[in-house]
Design a protein around this ligand. Sequence first.
Ligand code: DI6
Ligand code: FE
Length: 411
Amino acid sequence: MAGESKSRAGEARLWRNARLATMAESAAGLGIVEDGAIAARDGVIVYAGPEADMTAALLQDAEIVDCKGRWITPGLIDCHTHLVHAGNRANEFEMRLAGATYEEVTKAGGGIVSSVKALRAASEHELVAQSLPRLDALIAEGLTTIEIKSGYGLDLENEQKSLRAARLLGEHRPVTVRTSFLGAHALPPEAKGDKDTFIDLVAKGILPAVAAEGLADAVDGFCEGIAFSPEQISRVFDAAKAAGLPVKLHADQLSNLHGAELAARHGALSADHLEYTDEAGAAAMARAGTVATILPGAYYFIRETKKPPISVFRQHGVRMAVATDCNPGTSPLTSLLLTMNMAATLFGLTVEECLAGVTREAARALGLLGKTGTLEAGKSADMAIWDIERPAELVYRMGFNPLHARIWRGQ
Ligand code: DI6
Ligand code: FE
């Protein structure tokens, strides 16, 4: 495959005879370029556009790849995952098939806390080994950037272990990993029901320590009746600000605690889930430039019936990202292609919104839009080459992978 051939960084490469969906913001729609070419040097795109307009200088010493009319999109970005976890919760899945709700499973001692026990029992090495197959499944579909949260450790040692495992995954595979510290995810058993004291530990103890170690690129929280209140999340966000880290939030997934507005008030990169978000929440997100990350896998898996207010997001000009929410409890999903199909089928997103959601808008949701997410000069040469006739096929199929090659930083 073109993406796997050996060539050193520093070499120039040129992909020609391609059809591009650049996803560039300045272009209309998908930013389609028929008869397109992409040139990269040192892993960075130096040209993306019509082959005919390319200057001869770009061809000098370049290794040339003939794409034979295939489509090239930006490499896919999964901007919301809990990919690093131990074991699975297929047993709870069976419970829910027998009639229990997610909240009932959680109250019965299952839910997130059972994944906490499993993660605490696993070594860093075991966490990496268990997470790699999930990462590989995403990579096989053209993933070049992934966000990975902690949140199953819930004490300093285990949150550090989780974030270190996430960072290590980025050394084991050619992929960009961004980490989020999700200490405010659930209450661990040793907190004995005292959420306020635990939030103090997260905000004053664990967060500053993982930030000082450079383990977190952002801070996340779970604002929900079964998790933490807006006031408790605010304390964590204030600590994030003090540590110089951007924030994001699991907001309005199961009820409307006005998490979207809370996220917007703190200038969050994204607010995620948003099934119960109202118009005031959407308006606040639009004003703050907070991306709405849509997670159809969780909606599908817990058989939620309230859909996120997509048309309200559109009316207010809220940007929408689309992600897997890969986690053992509510979204055991490791396919961005299937996620796009779900976003289209369940929520009515257009093909353009789906593709932007896993490329440009996902990059925006990670604060990485300057570096990746579109095929434009100056960005990292992160791309996916597809055996398809039209981009809609990437959203339309279920369980079929037409990836021809994946390029990360020009390789
Ligand atoms: N919302 C979710 O959907 C996941 N975490 C969260 O904050 C669920 C995680 C789990 O059940 O393990
Ligand atoms: Fe999540």
